[in-house]
Design a protein around this ligand. Structure first.
Ligand code: EPU
Length: 418
């Protein structure tokens, strides 16, 4: 079992090139099976969720090549519509293959997806929408058998909650369906816009309107395209939190201002100075101790992202002041709290509310990650803590963070993986 050993309390200073977004590359890769020919996708992060997606693509019959951040996917010979349970269990976003398989093969057999344990993660919204489009779904003992007698047909789908995954699955099912699909109360996270941009390059006809409506006019086929994945806003916020707990000064390259607009005021209120320059880089200069005295509610985009709650909470543990978090997306997303307490944090949790009273210092301890962003929170706290912090459960961290220790070492951290 590998461990990350961090000797904390070192000021971080330097420059990091931000990786491509996990939550953008995963649905884009799943959509590639619908495109005839060879798709070329740049800025792909080398993370385990991408590896798991490539395994599914290869299993379905695609030929793939991943080199120097570029993945080439040739889907001219997709011949399977079944994904075995061991591949489905590797991550939550395996469920996005449902929409693209139905569009490509007219049927799909797969089991319920795995993923981080951050609360109940039903897929009722995905299935209800697909049924409205004409899909027959038999669900038994965790296996979904889905068939469409003829092409799916476009219809009006109103989501009761703007689910990211359901919106993506319905888009993928609708691009090759007959007629027009209108999704209202759709999720509009930047990663969904990235997927839409890619699909439109491939010949899809998707338009987004004010007020969370997405309209998809079905087309008869998609061709291949070349695309560069957007930067990862949650990884950016993680490094910004790391800078804030170490009185650091760091530059993030390969970022765009619009994607982290909901997080910038939080760091500014904490006393950090943030400057964007050359349209693709951000500099954050942090005070000797952050100040924090506010309420953060996680909300669908453009609200504060649930994925950023754990690393930002880690920052508030050593900030001067009291903060309150209300987790509105995943009710169980506080598993990192117990581990932050081991490092000396002062946090109280009641249902979806967490109250953090900033302490003067954290001190190193042995902690265990149990989900991806919780793991990121432990890294941030470990960088702040005096002494040695040892983190296990790195398989979670590796799902979403490319070369994290290399990046942190390059800006002055003392981190090593055993
Ligand atoms: N929900 C339902 N029914 C559904 C779908 C969702 O009740 O059919 C509920 C979920 O239980 C949850 C809420 O809606 O309480 C939000 O779920 P959503 O479907 O929006 O999330 P997701 O598609 O499962 C994606 C990201 C998550 C991110 C969430 C919210 C990917 C691969 N995953 O998950 O990313 O937290 O959207 O923004 O895109 C991460 O990167 O660490 C991560 C967990």
């Amino acid at each position: 079992m590998s461990e990350l050993i961090i000797e904390g309390s070192r000021r971080l200073e330097g420059e990091i090139k931000l990786q491509g977004a996990k939550n953008s590359i995963l649905p884009i890769l799943a959509s590639c099976i619908m495109c005839k020919g060879e798709c070329i996708i740049h800025n792909c992060p080398n993370i385990s969720d991408v590896d798991a997606t490539i395994k599914i693509l290869n299993h379905l019959g695609c030929k793939t090549n991943f080199e120097n951040g570029t993945i080439i996917i040739d889907s001219s010979e997709v011949f399977k519509s079944t994904i075995p349970e061991f591949l489905m269990r590797e991550m939550r976003s395996s469920i996005i293959f449902l929409g693209s398989l139905i569009s490509t093969m007219g049927s799909a057999k797969l089991s319920l997806p795995g993923g981080c344990e951050i609360g109940p993660r039903p897929i009722d919204l995905h299935l209800d929408g697909l049924r409205q489009m004409g899909l027959t779904i038999n669900e038994s003992h965790g296996i979904l058998k889905c068939t469409a007698k003829s092409k799916l047909r476009g219809c009006n789908i109103s989501l009761s909650f703007p689910s990211v995954g359901a919106t993506e699955n319905l888009i993928l099912a609708a691009v090759l369906a007959k007629g027009t699909t209108v999704i209202t109360n759709a999720a509009k996270e930047p990663e969904i816009m990235d997927l839409i941009n890619f699909l439109n390059k491939c010949g899809a006809k998707i338009k987004c309107f004010e007020g969370s409506t997405i309209i998809i006019n079905g087309v008869s086929s998609l061709h291949s395209a070349e695309h560069t994945v957007m930067p990862d806003r949650i990884v950016a916020i993680t490094y910004m939190s790391a800078a804030a707990v170490t009185a650091g000064s760091i530059i993030l390259r390969n970022i765009s201002e619009d994607i982290i607009s909901s997080a910038v005021p939080i760091f500014e209120e904490a006393g950090c100075i943030i400057k964007f320059s050359n349209s693709d880089s951000l500099k954050i200069d942090c005070p000797s101790r952050p100040y924090f005295n506010r309420l953060i509610r996680t909300m669908p985009y453009p609200g504060f992202p649930t994925d950023a709650q754990p690393p930002v909470m880690a920052m508030t543990t050593i900030a001067d002041g009291r903060s309150m978090f209300v987790e509105n997306i995943f009710p169980n997303r506080y598993k990192h709290v117990g581990e932050l307490l081991r490092l000396g944090a002062d946090i109280k949790v009641e249902d979806k509310v967490a109250i953090v009273d900033g302490v003067k210092r954290l001190s190193g301890a042995k902690v265990k990650a149990t989900d991806l962003r919780g793991a990121a929170a432990l890294v941030v706290a470990g960088l702040a803590a005096e002494g040695i912090t040892t983190i296990t459960g790195l398989n979670y961290l590796d799902r979403g963070y490319e070369k994290i220790e290399e990046n942190l070492i390059s800006i002055g951290a003392n981190v090593k993986r055993t």
